[in-house]
Design a protein around this ligand. Structure first.
Ligand code: IMP
Length: 204
């Protein structure tokens, strides 16, 4: 069994979000034929693991075994040091079914104010985004790559991007992800870093 990916090969994007499948195709520079698991009618597994890596592998394996093809899955989110790594793998759930990230930012700041009072001098606003990217073969083998970008939680600024972008200011910048040009964000993002590792390891 070859553990490299061959340009032109069909890959399952283990997602039911068509936008994510398009994004994965673009990050792989159009070198693969990407088919979304949702469009094949494959069931969506429950994300029962407690780490980004665990959930990415679970989703990729689930799709690869059912489709009989190589599958790729990502799992990403925001971790905040003062909140013991929360929201972490529960990042999407913190915004609720309405995907209300204004509310999620308010919850973050409410919890940070409590943490600041409890932690005193040890308190920091350190945070990081993680993207775990797993590739699984139908026989069960899987590889996983992790990209991370470090920064700080700030009061929400900017209206570009999505999700937690307005509250995240990457290290070395004085703007948030939501204030940055989207290309500038993409060039340093956790997702870009995970894909760079995948390409270096698996692309012929
Ligand atoms: P998932 O990996 O698509 O399940 O996304 C996990 C959660 O993390 C979602 O709520 C996203 O909004 C959030 N998230 C992941 N990456 C980013 C990012 O680059 N900016 C803002 N939020 C993100």
């Amino acid at each position: 069994m070859s553990l490299s990916l061959i340009p032109g090969q069909k890959l399952i994007a283990a997602t039911h979000n068509p936008g994510k499948a398009v994004e994965i195709a673009a990050l792989l520079e159009g070198r693969f034929e990407i088919v979304a698991a949702g469009s094949l009618g494959l069931p969506e597994p429950e994300e029962t693991e407690t780490t980004f890596v665990g959930n990415a592998i679970l989703k990729a394996r689930h799709a690869a075994m059912r489709a009989g093809m190589v599958a790729l899955a990502d799992d990403s989110g925001l971790s905040i040091a003062a909140l013991n790594g929360d929201p972490g793998v529960y990042s999407a759930r913190w915004a609720g079914p309405a995907k209300d990230f204004v509310r999620a930012a308010e919850v973050i700041w409410h919890k940070l104010d409590t943490a600041r009072a409890a932690q005193g001098e040890a308190f920091t606003t350190t945070a990081w985004f993680t993207c775990a990217l797993a590739v699984a073969w139908p026989e069960g083998h899987a590889c996983v790559f992790e990209g991370r970008i470090d920064g700080q939680i700030v009061k929400p600024r900017g209206n570009r991007g999505f999700g937690y972008d307005p509250v995240f200011q990457p290290e070395g910048y004085d703007v948030t992800f939501a204030e940055m040009d989207p290309d500038a964000k993409d060039s340093i993002s956790h997702r870009r870093r995970a894909f760079a590792q995948l390409k270096a390891a698996l692309l012929a």
